[in-house]
Write a protein that binds this ligand. Sequence first.
Ligand code: ME8
Length: 525
Amino acid sequence: MAEPEHAPFYVTTAINYPNGRPHIGHAYEAIAADVIARFQRLRGRRVRFQTGTDEHGLKMARKAEEQGRSPRDLADEMSGYFREMDEKLDISFDRFIRTVEPDHHRASQEIWRRLEAAGDLYLDRYEGWYSVRDEAYYDESELTAGEGEQKLSPQGTPVEWTVEESWFFRLSKYQDRLLELLKTPGFLEPTSRRNEMIAFVEQGLRDLSVSRTSFDWGVKVPGSDAHVMYVWVDALTNYLTGLGFPEETAEMRDFWPADLHLIGKDIVRFHTVYWPAFLMSADLPVPQKVFGHGFLLNRGQKESKSLGNVTDPLELADQFGVDTLRYFLMREVAFGQDGSYSPEAIVTRANAELANSFGNLAQRTLSMIAKNLDGDLAVFEPAEPDSELLTTVRTACAEDLPREFDALNFSIGIEAWMRAVNACNQYVDEQAPWALKKTDPERMRVVLLTLFVALRDLAIAIQPVVPTKAGALLDQLGIPQGERAYAALDDADWFARLAQSDFTVGKPTPIFPRLELPEAVGENA
Ligand code: ME8
């Protein structure tokens, strides 16, 4: 693989607006970023993983006003639900940042000073369209007609005419450098989003309004007390705050520029045009990669309060299990594209692949080992079908899955892994170790030990997706914590060490029991 072991790897999610509770899209992004973080750790990279909440701006201010409370009070409550979601879904973040935190205000003000020092800020009057839902300025030419007189943003959200004094950032100055960046292979993926952004920049960039004066819920503009920063200026800076910017910390040195900003498709413009332009102006390196994933739809429909189809991701995790939900989301949807979910789809996928294929393989293999080998894991001599199976499994686990995960093709990587699971099940059926017990106990022993090795490989490889369940299986297999990294897949001697230890396989507990559709859901379907 291209990167040396132990090389630092910095991955971030978007920081979420805590104007309401988390929805399934938030869970989806957190899980995908967590899979990447865990995957890179298992490959030996030194990972830093940041997520959090984006708490300033007009959207938060208005929501709080609607509820008759202060924005800070709303932010405190809702941000707590996001953190709770992350904890419940086993999101292994290093920092959960809140943009109301003092170190974040300091970092944002320092970025502002640098933009100013570069001569990139000037005071003027903004007159134009603004979408509070997107916290975005739009050009007249980008709008479409909604019902009645209402004009809509390209995201389909209402826009309002806004006139106020504002600081402007000389975005137009960065047009050529931005185009060059957007055309750099690998900077923005998937390709469809890259083409969209290139077209957007090629149309010509206008300078960007970067402060507001009509409300005060935000980071104060240094030396300009009536202004708060446009929420995206402070929000994007969160990626630096978490590393200790503006201090020249070891984290800044090791982890900036970020290896990957993982975001959804609706906020690509902010991350691949505005953010790199701010960084160029502040004389800081731009991120290595931005990936704009697709949207998750509920039975093919966008979730919304008016349709009454908003799903609480924690309820799904309670119903089906955290790891099952994680597996489903990474397996079902081609990463980068939109995808659909429903309780039926989760149950169908989980039963076919986790319960019937992987879970069943683990359960029957471990039961037979516990019953028939008396804890004897002696080193064995594989015959041809055994070596063939072990090569198939090893290739899937040590080569195919890592290659695909590296390219963020989670679904394809898991599919390769699932093919190896199926090859194991087919091997069990063909070798029929239960029949060998009477006819050729020595051969039965080799078959079961082959399966033991295959199961270990499969469990190690799939840890990023189903960390708890894979961990429980590795416990049952007696694999020590220190031998669960991907490098262990290339360790030829581990089995000899395990066989010499006094570890015995006990009566196994099923890791992925079959799921039933919850009744209420079944009735409505
Ligand atoms: O955009 N499916 O916050 P946010 C998948 N605060 N992903 C979805 C989704 C869906 N249905 N709906 C939203 C913001 N997302 C800003 C980000 S970053 C400096 C500031 C994704 O709470 C969305 O694309 O509206 C974004 O990446 C993340 O969830 C947070 O969205």
